[in-house]
Design a binder for this molecule. Sequence first.
Ligand code: HEC
Length: 204
Amino acid sequence: MNKFSEKVDFFKNHRKRIGLLILTSLLIGTVYNGLGIAKDPASPQSKRVKRGEYLVNTAGCHDCHTPWVMKDGGPGPDMPRALSGHPEKIVMPPPPKLEGPWVWIGAGTNTAFAGPWGISYAKNLTPDRTGLGTWTEKEFITAIRTGRDRDTGRPILPPMPWPVYRNLTDEDLKSIFAYLQTISPIENTPPPVQALAAPVAAAP
Ligand code: HEC
């Protein structure tokens, strides 16, 4: 038997298996693409996510929404808990009484803040149900533009710089939201705020 007929025989004997293999790969490919796992880096949505990542990393979201820990080179955001907000396990004692020009104070995690507005805790921005998992793009844009909490309609308290972020374009806010929906979901419910007074006036 020559090499060619050997190959033909092999194909004949394994025809069913080869067919099944091709079918399985096709099926996997369809599911893979359907889920959007195979991302085309040039697609408008991928560009939006990339831009959103850039904005989140430059607009300081990690400063307050990622708990800070002591690292070798000094304090810094604890990236395994990226953007998960004030850790629910850290129960803050009442803030110390501040005097003179010292009017506000922050926790070492940089996720809990007390000032004339009361006490605020950075929210979970990950796509978990305890974070922004149940939010729509429209709700996100409205919250940033109006400075009102999605669930209660109350003013969003300092130091969340929404009076600055509301100046971002719709496209940039959409990009931030798109990126936030792609990060690892982390289950964490920060405590509710304790509002005392009207928050600061909005910047231009
Ligand atoms: C200086 C600290 C700080 C920075 C920087 C910051 N946040 Fe916040 N953010 C907070 C705090 C504190 C809250 C909770 C305020 C409240 O509950 O009233 C909050 C709340 C939010 C909320 C929830 C609003 C709601 O409806 O309750 C969203 C969404 C949000 N931040 C997104 C962002 C994004 C996106 C960035 C970066 C572009 C960012 N934040 C940067 C401190 C900050």
